[in-house]
Design a protein around this ligand. Sequence first.
Ligand code: UDP
Length: 259
Amino acid sequence: MEEKQLISVKLAEKKISMLGAGIHNVTMEETMCAVDGFITAGGLHQIITLNAEILYQAQFNERLLSLINKADLVTPDGSGIVWGADYLGVPLKERVSGIDLLWEICRMAPEKGWRIYLLGAAPGIADKAAENLKMKYPGIAIAGVRNGYFDINNKEEIQNVLEDVQQAAADIIFIAMGAPRQEYFIEDYGKDLGVKIAIGVGGSFDVVAGAVKRAPVFMQKMGIEWLWRLLCQPSRWKRMLNLPRFVGLVKKTKKKQGL
Ligand code: UDP
């Protein structure tokens, strides 16, 4: 069996299903094995780090749900996902968030020789994130950097971005344009990027650049990182209403299943 098929068979064995979406029950270590395998196998692979907000949105958005189910690897990003899976009797081993995955891949990149491209966030942020990553992980090859404020409906601008990424010859691209915008971008243009792995990482560049502070570890451990994000960025309140809605939906699903 080809390397590519072998990885997908192994990952398929680790899949659970929640609210119509397949999620891989993987640890960070297993995720990193898959990353290594994807790069060796070649071709484009999409990784989605799924949180409860997006899974809730996907219930009413066919494109989004089908895109999640087509991804090569879907990791449980938030504590909401881990809670929901537990509640529905399909427990997940741990959270593998986009920001943690970004740090881990960048930590391994110098040794593995992986070339990284950072696409997304406001002008200057990805540059600062790249600078910080170079300081933290000496020898890391940042193949290219570009902000995420281009017109998604303008063919010329898109072509410009694609050419820039292709010329950089990166292995892995992190796209920090917010979910699901970044996932749609990968679905539409992933194959034109010339990378082996594309991962949407939401607001992670803001954290790596030091423009936004991540929740303290105790809050991450308590599963209330969402509260920190709400306190720091109160403008998120509207979209965060999807969290209690997600909880309600999970409870309703359990009742329906007579669990
Ligand atoms: N962003 C972007 N292009 C856009 C809109 C947003 O690059 O057209 C960036 C924005 O600057 C921020 C990130 O996308 O860095 C979105 O962060 P958010 O915390 O909303 O993402 P989430 O983690 O919730 O998906």
